[in-house]
Design a protein around this ligand. Structure first.
Ligand SMILES: Cc1ncc(C[n+]2csc(CCOP(=O)(O)OP(=O)(O)O)c2C)c(N)n1
Ligand SMILES: [Mg+2]
Length: 615
């Protein structure tokens, strides 16, 4: 057996280069690069190794470990999990800064290889700088925080352990059902230790996603249920996009006359003008999709986790006889809420279901109702997004302006605040992947770093990041990285001077405005933050606009710009779209001295009555 003597870190770098992916017949590196913020615990080991391969495996420097991991995660999402990135950090705070991002990847089922440095395996210099020292357990380090948010976790204390660890990592990162973050905590002395690695470990490997075909019995049962349906409805989740099932879904819906509602992750599965597409579903759903979902007797849930925003906290599907079919690669999701499981890849699952259904079609009246509901919703939506002269426009009016100035290939990126709900209702995506919303973890601070990852995945597409003032302040530093790397973003920053959506939620649950909008906080000086000046200091082109007309001009200019541009606009914190949508379960206090809370509690208890427990 021929071997090659490498440090463990050099072996990691060499192994990553050997992993390939095939996209549309082209073989590409599976790992597009490694994000790195060096410190003790990775600068000598991983740093030296990455420098040695920098021509084959680019290293990117970020400004915040969470931000760089967000960029890596967004890159994988925009690449539909067919390409990915790794992230390396120092031990201690550099590592734990990445834990939130690991959770983002975990919730959203997205692949990212996290390589935090770890304390010395030999423990000779203990306690080292940044070592947390657990009194009761000598094996615990800061990196144990990654365990609950990693699909696979390992700590590498001997150089040869990296061989099975990386093989296991690749299985998880590339498996459609298991997919998620992998954390390999690399002890710093082990990174630097040499070992005679077998050459075969570094052989090129091309990864292609597995397409699980349905089990015959499950398929027959699902087809039987659908054949008996009078009011069938499809929920399209992120799995549709990861599977590349857009055409299969469009064909299936058209042939069988089925209306479709899209989740946040599934939005853009169908173009907005596809007749079957009723737009978003759930708490932030369109009136059209929700009206059909409420009535549906069979809900075909394709590639969705069925989180509460999709199911209206399990009160949306109101038909007493409704049955769910869970078409999902992951049995954990396929069987949720007593669903008839159909464990399969979305694309082949829909194709085989189509074959099993033959010429069956949903009743014409049902399909016709969907068409009417859609036409009604589009008219209603326009009332919210149409231009206005108001000095403080609503989020929906800003979305309208961005939409009017967008081209079909653009990608809009967002994650938290009031915008996800407004975008879910109103944004009209023309192309798959044109809507990139991180709403599994809805992590404030994902937006700009995520936008950078999206841009890196396909630099030919214009990326428009929509972000609230709160999310921007929480994490903006990768804006500087986007300027540094020449990956242009257009950032539309909606400044409503605080946490607008949480203030509205607080009011809706009977509480006084408290601690959300800046004016309602304990302060000596009310901050008047100059976001344009802040973004300019990071190297972006910036402009502060007043009203929708100026915004549209700025958007046109930004399109022609080479450098990341931040457009700041003041918006009204109190307005959101009241059309469409659905109740969301947010627990209201059972006792309170405030009568408004007591009233809200009564409403809450009434709403709970329509929540379906157990199924
Ligand atoms: C990291 C993180 N912390 C807290 C929250 C809870 N949260 C959701 S939206 C929000 C406020 C967002 O403010 P902003 O970005 O200004 O958007 P707006 O609500 O004003 O539209 C908060 C605090 C979150 N989603 N993520
Ligand atoms: Mg805000």
């Amino acid at each position: 057996m021929s071997t090659i003597r490498l440090t463990m870190a050099q072996a990691v770098a060499r192994f990553l280069i050997a992993q390939k992916t095939e996209i549309d017949g082209e073989v590409l590196p599976l790992f597009a690069g490694v994000w790195a913020i060096f410190g003790h615990g990775n600068v000598a080991g991983m740093g030296e190794a990455l420098h040695g391969v920098r021509d084959k495996l680019p290293t990117y420097r970020a400004h915040n470990e969470q931000g760089m991991a967000h960029a890596a995660i967004a890159f994988a999402k925009a690449s539909r999990r067919r390409r990915m990135m790794a992230c390396t950090t120092s031990i201690g705070p550099g590592a734990t800064n990445m834990v939130t991002a690991a959770a983002v990847a975990h919730v959203n089922r997205l692949p990212v290889l996290l390589l935090p440095g770890d304390v010395f395996a030999n423990r000779r210099p203990d306690p080292v700088l940044q070592q947390i020292e657990n009194f009761a357990d000598g094996t615990v380090s800061a990196n144990d925080c990654f365990r609950p948010v990693s699909r696979y976790f390992d700590r590498i204390t001997r150089p040869e352990q990296i061989i099975p660890a990386l093989q296991r990592a690749m299985t998880v990162l590339t498996d459609p059902a298991e997919c998620g973050p992998v954390t390999l905590a690399l002890c710093q002395d082990t990174q630097a230790e040499a070992y005679d690695y077998p050459e075969s470990f570094f052989a090129e490997k091309i990864w292609t996603p597995r397409r699980i075909r349905p089990d015959e019995t499950e398929l027959a049962k699902a087809a039987e249920i659908i054949r008996n349906a009078k009011k069938p409805f499809i929920v399209a989740g992120g799995g549709v996009l990861y599977s590349g099932a857009e055409k299969a879904l469009a064909d299936f819906a058209a042939k069988h006359g089925l209306p479709v509602g899209e989740t946040q992750a599934g939005k853009s599965s169908l173009p907005h003008d596809n007749a079957a597409n009723l737009g978003s579903i759930g708490v932030t759903g369109t009136g059209a999709a929700n009206a059909m979902a409420e009535d549906a007797d069979v809900v075909i849930a394709v590639g969705t986790r069925l989180q509460d925003f999709t199911t209206g906290s399990w009160a949306l599907f109101k038909n007493p006889n409704r049955c769910i079919i869970g078409l999902n690669v992951q049995p954990f999701d396929a069987t949720k809420h007593n669903a008839q499981a159909l464990v399969a890849d979305a694309k082949v699952g829909l194709q085989e279901l189509d074959a099993a259904l033959g010429a069956w079609k949903a009743p014409d009246a049902w399909t016709a109702k969907a068409k009417d509901e859609k036409a009604r919703w589009f008219k209603e939506s326009a009332r919210y997004t149409d231009p206005t002269n108001a000095e403080l426009p609503s989020d929906a009016q800003v979305i309208g302006a961005v939409q009017r100035n967008a081209s079909p290939t653009d990608v809009v990126v967002c994650a938290a605040g009031g915008l996800p709900g407004e975008l879910h209702k109103h944004w009209r995506a023309s192309q798959a992947g044109g809507y990139h919303m991180e709403y599994g973890y809805s992590c404030m601070g994902y937006e700009i770093a995520g936008g950078l990852g999206v841009k890196m995945a396909d630099p030919s597409r214009e990326v428009i990041v929509m972000v609230g003032d709160g999310s921007y302040l929480m994490m903006n530093s990768e804006l500087a990285t986007s300027v540094m790397l020449g990956h242009k973003l257009t950032v539309v920053l909606l400044d409503n001077r605080g946490y607008g959506c949480i203030n509205r939620l607080q009011r809706a649950t009977g509480s006084e405005s408290f601690n959300n909008l800046l004016q309602h906080t304990r302060h000596v000086t009310l901050p008047d933050i100059d976001f344009a000046a802040h973004a300019a200091s990071l190297g972006a082109q910036t402009v502060k606009v007043k009203g929708i007309g100026e915004l549209e001009d700025a958007l046109k200019k930004a399109r022609g710009a080479e450098r990341s541009t931040v457009i700041v606009i003041d918006t009204d914190p109190l307005i959101s779209t009241d059309a469409g949508g659905h109740w969301w379960d947010v627990a209201v206090p059972e006792v309170s001295v405030r009568s408004q809370v007591n009233d809200a509690r009564k409403n809450y208890e009434n709403a709970l009555a329509s929540q379906r427990v157990g199924d």
